[in-house]
Design a protein around this ligand. Structure first.
Ligand code: FEO
Ligand code: CA
Ligand code: CA
Ligand code: CA
Length: 738
């Protein structure tokens, strides 16, 4: 329920950017949109994805997978799961979901079992908390990396955050911990260690999946790890200089890791999302600094005197605590942590197969509240495109294009992480502008763009400054303010890119900053039983775009809204614009993953608007293509009586066989992270923060926890709730989603 937590949806975009050109223009010809489209895939996947092959001359044709014949089966033939508030994970009849890897589970053979009573320690060797994005890395029978292995592999996953009340991550401490300053060092050490990522080996033995606690592959990278370096244009820049790294080449740890990605060369990408809230700076810091760094700090959500999320800076004089106070001291940047905030907010790449390799913060991909990083389909001889969203209210969508052209030989390189250096350390970063005619522009964020070089809001020193302050650069070029971009994913059938826009309480008819626009067109009130009304775009939507040329070279695209989240009973003309039924309705889409095996798009929710009716959920979708629906005009009346008309483009309403609820999670959880074995027969999903509505005062009374999940064998009812990875299999051995 991140929308109730300030740290998770901070709003720092006060720029006067209009969301789009207010002059409504005629929609472009659909001819361009439909050229090379999927046509009707239907619910039967024939010959893999070959039905989506395109006519000659369409560059998209080149990115359609040419997979050999896949099993002929009916996808989405399962019976939809009903909305429920039960404290369990529900999957369709014929499927089994089992808990595989929960908060605190040991990663080494020597680590004791998790007692789950607040006395456990040694989190550097245990699963972290708030499991989030996750990727699969196969291991062959010889124990070596394998892209085809289906029985053994590594799960690399994010541990985004903890369940808090005031300052304390209370489920981690015996009596709930100290929620006032100063925080005890022992509590802080646990809380820091529980953030970051984990890599854990998993194995299928006679049909039962389990982790391998003693595996030499297992490791943690925490918010304190030293095995992290800064790469790309900002490496060594004055903006990155800290007491910890006086030459600006290193960062310490990774933090608030949310969405993920997997590179074509076989490494793991993790996005640093709501990192700013972990830091504090003094009430006089604006005055002390007296320079442009104040504008940067404000744009990234750290005002002077703002309290930190956990008070980690208060635990002692040691450098590992001092780093969380980013106030400028009397000396030089090498004497304090004034620049520490600049070392977070990146896509971080690491080699899941090799814990000895140093992780890289990829500054070329820009600094913001990163979610997932989705590659367009690699095409030999062309650069690579990486799509990304910035999850805060009114933030932007971005694309990175590598300088280096893709070489198929790099799909299986000798050294994966240095291969990453060659693709992700130099290239171009773009921000998206969505126009009212259903077209859009990628605007390069370059110091040579006069709009950026002469921007009145911030004086950029160089290209590194543009990347570190990508939000300000995107402000300068008039990028479109979106309804909180979360995950993005590439449709394996046709290369179109889908973005979840989770919700936006600040979208408002009379707002000068964020009025409804074509790409974010809905403003309405959602009434939640027993709670105050939620305004803006409470249920979110999923937007998709189709590049006008190969993704890595296109600077224009077409777009529409694939689907609007809504309650099925909501007004069809203004809210339930996609005509969702009770088997399809959802709110606040967040996780989004196309399955390479089946082509199904999996939608996961992190909601606070429909949670009076149902826990968060996961749906399976077989979407069509950009432009398969129709133009829709929405009319609003402003308080001065004038009319505000917004044209948008709504994808074809998904039929019962094209969108269906597959899973509902435990109480107070969000569903996030998804990966599969390459055969599509084992799916791994994360259940994040069950029971987060529990009050810290009830810590010793399990009967008052809002969730006791997971209560399955080996975990136990009556215990503190735990974020966990589950594995889903089909009882008949079939593929997930069939
Ligand atoms: Fe970590 Fe934007 O969700
Ligand atoms: Ca969350
Ligand atoms: Ca998310
Ligand atoms: Ca979210």
């Amino acid at each position: 329920m991140t929308q109730t937590i300030d740290f998770n949806d901070e709003n720092s975009n006060t720029s006067a950017n209009p969301s789009f050109d207010s002059v409504l223009q005629a929609r472009l010809s659909r001819r361009g949109l439909l050229r090379g489209s999927v046509g009707s895939v239907g619910t039967t996947l024939l010959g893999g994805l070959a039905v989506s092959a395109c006519g000659g001359g369409d560059s998209v044709a080149a990115i359609v997978p040419k997979d050999p014949v896949a099993p002929v089966e009916t996808l989405l033939s399962f019976a939809a799961v009903a909305k429920t508030m039960a404290d369990t994970v529900t999957v369709p009849a014929g499927y089994t979901a089992s808990v595989l890897y929960a908060l605190g589970d040991p990663l080494t053979a020597a680590t004791p079992a998790y007692k789950n009573d607040g006395t456990d320690t040694d989190f550097e060797n245990r699963a972290g908390d708030h499991h989030d994005g996750m990727e699969w890395f196969g291991l062959g029978a010889d124990g070596k990396p394998s892209t085809s292995a289906i029985a053994s592999g590594l799960l690399a996953m994010n541990h985004e955050a903890t369940t808090d009340e005031k300052l304390s991550s209370f489920f981690l401490h015996a009596n709930g911990g100290v929620s006032t300053l100063p925080r005890p060092a022992a509590e802080v050490d646990k809380e820091v260690a529980i953030h970051g990522i984990s890599v854990v080996e998993v194995k299928n033995t006679s049909g039962k999946w389990a982790t391998v606690p003693g595996s030499a592959f297992n490791f943690r990278l925490t918010a304190l790890s030293t095995n992290v370096q800064i790469n790309g244009p900002a490496r060594g820049n004055a903006l990155m200089v800290t007491k910890y790294s006086t030459d600006g080449s290193k960062a310490r740890g990774t933090l608030n890791n949310c969405g993920t990605g997997k590179t074509p060369w076989g490494t793991f990408l993790t996005g640093e999302e709501n990192w700013a809230g972990y830091f504090t700076r003094s009430a006089i810091d604006d005055t002390t600094r007296g320079d442009k760094s104040v504008a940067s700090l404000k744009r990234y959500g750290r005002n002077a005197a703002a309290a930190s999320r956990h008070g980690w800076e208060s635990a002692g004089a040691d450098d590992k605590y001092a780093r969380w106070n980013i106030s400028q001291g009397p000396g030089a940047a090498t004497d304090d942590y004034r620049n520490e905030l600049n070392t977070f907010g990146y896509i971080v790449e690491l080699d899941a197969y090799d814990k000895t390799k140093t992780a890289r913060k990829r500054t070329a991909l820009g600094r913001f509240a990163h979610e997932s990083a989705a590659f367009g389909k690699p095409v030999a001889g062309q650069p690579l495109a990486v799509y990304m969203g910035d999850d805060s209210r009114g933030e932007y969508i971005y694309k990175f294009v590598s300088a280096k052209a893709w070489t198929a030989a790099d799909a299986n390189p000798v050294d994966r992480i240095t291969t990453g250096d060659t693709y992700l350390d130099s290239g171009k970063l773009y921000a998206a502008k969505f126009n009212s005619d259903g077209k859009g522009d990628w605007v390069e964020l370059s110091i040579s763009n006069p709009l950026i070089a002469a921007y009145a809001g911030y004086k950029f020193a160089d290209q590194a400054d543009v990347l570190v302050n990508a939000r300000l650069a995107a402000d300068a070029v008039g990028a479109t303010k979106m309804d909180r971009p979360e995950w993005c994913s590439t449709n394996v059938a046709n290369g179109e890119i889908y973005f979840t826009l989770t919700n936006n309480s600040n979208r408002a008819i009379n707002s000068a900053v964020m009025p409804p626009d074509s790409a974010n067109p809905r403003v309405y009130t959602d009434i939640k039983n027993g709670a105050s009304a939620q305004n803006g775009n409470p249920n979110g939507h999923i937007l998709r775009l189709k590049e006008d040329a190969a993704g890595s070279t296109a600077i224009t695209f077409s777009w529409d809204v694939y689907v609007f989240g809504a309650e099925s009973s909501a007004a069809p003309g203004t809210v339930n614009l996609s005509s969702l039924t009770g088997e399809q309705d959802f709110s606040s889409p967040d996780g989004l993953v196309f399955s390479p095996a089946t082509g199904i798009m999996w939608i996961q929710t992190d909601d606070g608007a429909y949670t009076d009716v149902t826990n968060c959920m996961m749906l399976a979708a077989l979407p069509g293509t950009v432009g398969d629906g129709a133009k829709k005009s929405l009319s609003y009346t402003k308080t001065d009586g004038s009319a505000l008309n917004v044209d948008t483009y709504v994808g074809k309403a998904p039929g019962a066989d094209k969108l269906k609820r597959f899973l509902v999670g435990a109480k107070d959880c969000e569903i996030t992270g998804l990966c599969e074995t390459p055969d599509g027969k084992a799916m791994f999903v994360n259940i994040q923060h069950p029971g987060e509505g529990t009050k810290m005062a009830d810590i010793l009374d399990p009967g008052k926890y809002t969730s006791q999940w997971p209560s399955s064998a080996g975990y136990g009812a009556g215990k503190r709730p735990r974020s966990a990875t589950i594995v889903i299999t089909k009882n008949d051995g079939g593929r997930i989603g069939s």
